[in-house]
Design a protein around this ligand. Structure first.
Ligand SMILES: [Zn+2]
Ligand SMILES: [Zn+2]
Length: 480
């Protein structure tokens, strides 16, 4: 679309917010702030496709609007290392070519992804410290440490002469996060005293009453559950939850077991975590090959695949197609994760396969084996009470989550809430917040090495769907 058809999306005398992804959906976050003819991007993520896009793995926002004016893009600040915040950088950076700012752990994870994409020498990453202050003209930036389900979750403060914005990123108030500091409430209060124009905030759990729960409680529970397991134990979790990896390792040590990692993404996170000073007290993890030689009651396997992803370690184990690991009657699998909506059927299939092998399933339905990384209503309320913004902009949620947060903000006496959509340009200042225009948006999917608009994928994907039959997979029993 040509500029002539666009409203003025970035008038020099206005502060604007514009999401190209992550609003009205959970995943593929890409936010832009415009001021004085410059744009600052916060996060650049992907979503994983579900059953509705067969053959497609990865979806991301179409960055066309900002790619067309990449010379106006001052930089990309990354809040944390989850795929829905950094996953699109290897695909989209060649069209953006801007400096990238991240804290050490996030930078380490991003570098490993860039190495895989062959971009490690091209993307200029500036490592910034936790609580760091720096300038990306025309914005003065400050990071605020929060807690989440990955090391180093940061909120981003953007200061301009027209006002201060707090972009929370993903967060919760975990009193015992296990990895990293607790949320920096002193700075949040100071910001509130200083005066915050707008808070752009995580809505994932805005429908959930109460508090989200703590990683510290999950650790205690995992240690006790593993104590009751007789044979092999598998803990299936998200690779990036370093606190959870540490807890699984602690449960292994407590019951004289050795912890092993099964799955490539786990090794990638292990590398990034140890390189940046995390997992210090955790002995090196065993490989799946090493674990295969241990007696059944001496091993704890940490696996990827808790969402039923067909090519993950746990799915291959359930299908008896894993070259090293076998599960059988009397073994236990702990699903230390929640069911991401859209994955119910895949997880159901996986759990049925495991149950058919005689494996005991332990899930969050009957045990404390998972807590969410996002704020429930009481945490959101506390955040609003501290920050006291003039405008609430709910993001990181489907429409019902955004509406729920807007209602909550109203109860917290926030004068104005604005529920927006991807592509809408929201003027935050001067004057009351309002939608002043709309820019084109879309979704891209990965087809081999190319990016295609979503919709073109169905035809192509059928052609390249992989055969589920892996007759060559060698069956090998672990030794007792
Ligand atoms: Zn997220
Ligand atoms: Zn996250």
């Amino acid at each position: 679309m040509s500029d002539a058809r666009l409203p003025a999306p970035n008038r020099p005398d206005e502060l604007a917010f514009l999401a190209l992804g992550g609003v009205g959906e959970i995943g593929m976050n890409l936010s832009l702030y415009g001021y004085r003819g410059r744009w600052l991007m916060i996060d650049c993520g992907i979503s994983f496709a579900d059953d509705t896009l067969p053959g497609v793995d990865v979806i991301m926002p179409d960055p066309g609007f900002i790619a067309e004016r990449a010379d106006e893009l001052a930089g990309l600040v990354v809040t944390h290392a989850h795929e829905d915040h950094i996953g699109a950088i290897p695909y989209l950076w060649p069209r953006l070519r801007c400096p990238v700012y991240a804290t050490p752990f996030t930078a380490a994870v991003l570098r490993l992804k860039l190495i895989e994409a062959g971009l490690e020498h091209q993307v200029p990453i500036t490592e910034v410290p936790m609580s760091g202050k720096f300038r990306i003209d025309p914005f003065d930036i400050e990071l605020v440490t929060l807690t989440h389900s990955i090391p180093e979750p940061n909120a981003v403060v953007l200061r301009t002469p027209l006002g201060t914005v707090l972009h929370t990123g993903d967060w919760k108030f975990d009193p015992d996060p296990l990895v990293g500091a607790t949320s920096d409430v002193a700075t949040l209060r100071r910001l509130g005293d200083e005066g915050v124009l707008a808070m752009v905030c995580d809505s994932t759990n805005a429908l959930r009453p109460g508090e989200g729960g703590s990683e510290g409680d999950v650790r205690k529970s995992l240690i006790s559950i593993v104590g009751n397991c007789k044979n092999r134990v598998v803990v299936a979790c998200f690779a990036s939850n370093v606190a959870r990896l540490e807890s699984a390792a602690a449960a292994a040590v407590a019951h004289d077991r050795h912890a092993a990692l099964v799955g490539r993404s786990l090794w990638r996170i292990d590398h990034a975590a140890r390189e940046t000073g995390y997992l210090k007290n955790v002995p090196p993890f065993l490989t799946d090959e090493e674990a295969a030689y241990l007696p059944r009651d001496k091993v704890l396997l940490i696996c990827t695949g808790s969402q039923g992803e067909p090519r993950s370690a746990l799915a291959r184990i359930a299908e008896d197609e894993h070259p090293q690991i076998v599960l059988e009657e009397g073994d236990s699998v702990i699903f230390s994760s929640r069911i991401i909506p859209g994955n119910e059927r895949a997880i159901g299939r996986l759990q049925n396969r495991l149950a058919g092998l005689g494996v005991e399933l332990i899930t969050e339905q009957d045990h404390l084996v998972h807590v969410s990384g996002h704020p429930a209503q009481d945490e959101l309320t506390r955040m609003y009470q501290m920050v006291r913004p003039r405008i609430a902009v709910p993001v990181h949620g489907e429409t019902r989550h955004l509406m729920a947060q807007a209602r909550l903000a109203e109860q917290c006496q926030v004068p104005q809430s604005i529920v927006t959509r991807n592509g809408e340009v929201v003027r935050l200042a001067p004057g009351p917040a309002s939608v002043i225009g709309e820019v084109p948006t879309g979704r891209l999917v990965v087809d081999g090495t190319r990016l295609l608009p979503s919709g073109a994928e169905a035809l192509r994907s059928r052609r390249r769907r992989r055969s589920p039959c892996r007759a060559w997979a060698r069956r090998r029993r672990t030794r007792r």
